[in-house]
Design a binder for this molecule. Structure first.
Ligand code: ACO
Length: 333
């Protein structure tokens, strides 16, 4: 196996759409603040019966159906998520059961926060290489509305729920699919973006609930600074190492955390915004799902041979960039 080609996309969004105006009725915020500081206008929230696994299953079913493959063709399933419905078992196990993927294949979740999809592609590639098989499902799925403090205006306006799935294929061709990956970790970032309670250090109790410690905590200004510098640097590095520049980059696919971060990454590459995939205005930050949801939204505009740079930054801190040569004309799907 030489490369990993992306061959089909799928996506799913939960039923409830929440506007900035709706949030401004419950916390001290405004459509104007949210739009100008983040670029977000609406986001989707899970309703009764929906969660990260139901979204993952819907997105994966669509990717499988669009690929024309059968469940038996799938050699492994990797789900990137930080908001699984259960601490264990994994979302990937639920996907395996729901899609009828064969039992003698591996399925697992990984948690690399907002960089999870990029890490997931690397994990899938590793499994196909070591265990064999031709096709893998890589899914990013989140139900972040369930982890946010609805009374904390600094986080509750940012996040949304959704799932994106990509079917990838091991290929002997060199000039298609994933060409180069940089995945990085800076564990010093823990205090700035984490859940203080609910895990095994500080298990759930009346105290943790009373003090709202089971919600996602973020020191936004610090995370913003690291996100801009790390995403810009890693994207510039992967571009330089692969002879890519504003003239031959067809698409930049940045993690959708804040339109100002996306702007900063694009301007560092001198790539105009019409070559940048942006859907944050409709979905907010769906963490591990943002990158596959971008592909799902923009698939029709992608052409065989396009040069794509993915880049992400998230809790950990984790971050990375991946250079992909696109493998098919999306308009023909
Ligand atoms: N409405 C109105 N005012 C608000 C809101 C709100 N929703 N939220 C914060 N404010 C106020 C603050 O209280 C503060 O007021 P003060 O100056 O009186 O103290 C003021 O606005 C400015 O606050 P900042 O936090 O400095 O605002 P900033 O411009 O940095 O925007 C934001 C905040 C949007 C969170 C930004 O910092 C950001 O995008 N950070 C990075 C997010 C990110 O990339 N996360 C990583 C991935 S997520 C993951 O891995 C799960």
């Amino acid at each position: 196996m030489k490369g990993l080609r992306l061959i089909a996309t799928g996506g799913a969004l939960p039923g409830r759409t929440v506007t900035n105006e709706e949030l401004s009725r419950t916390v001290d915020t405004s459509d104007e603040w949210i739009t100008t500081r983040t670029g977000i206008r609406t986001r989707h929230y899970c309703t009764e019966g929906e969660n990260a696994a139901t979204l993952a299953i819907a997105a994966a079913k669509q990717a499988l159906q669009r690929s024309g493959l059968a469940p038996a063709d799938i050699a492994c399933c990797v789900c990137a998520t930080l908001s699984a419905p259960d601490a264990t078992p994994s979302v990937a196990c639920q996907v395996q059961a729901a899609l009828g993927l064969p039992e003698n294949r591996p399925a697992l979740d990984i948690n690399a926060a907002c960089s999870g999809f990029l890490y997931g592609m690397a994990v899938a590639r590793g499994m196909l290489t070591t265990l064999g098989g031709q096709y893998a499902l890589v899914i990013g799925c989140e139900a972040l509305s369930r982890l946010m403090d609805p009374a904390d205006r600094s986080t509750c306006v940012l996040f949304g729920d959704g799932a994106g799935a990509v079917l990838v294929e091991a290929t002997e061709e060199e000039n298609v699919g994933v060409q180069n990956s940089y995945l990085r970790t800076d564990g010093q970032g823990l205090p700035f973006l984490h859940m203080k309670a609910g895990g095994s250090v500080c298990p759930p109790s009346h105290f943790t609930v009373d003090h709202r410690l089971h919600y996602l905590y973020q020191e936004g200004r610090t995370v913003f600074k690291y996100a801009v510098s790390n995403m810009s640097d890693i994207t510039a590095t992967i571009a330089e190492k692969n002879g890519l520049n504003k003239d031959n980059i067809d698409w930049v696919i940045p993690h959708q955390a804040n339109l100002r971060i996306i702007d900063a990454v694009a301007s560092r590459l001198e790539v105009p915004l019409d070559k940048v995939m942006i859907n944050i205005q409709r979905y907010g930050n769906t963490s591990g799902a943002t990158l596959p949801l971008c592909l799902w939204d923009y698939e029709k505009q992608l052409k065989k041979g396009d040069n794509l740079i993915f880049t992400a930054f998230g809790a950990g801190f984790t971050y990375g960039a991946v250079y992909v040569k696109w493998g098919y004309d999306g308009s023909k799907r």
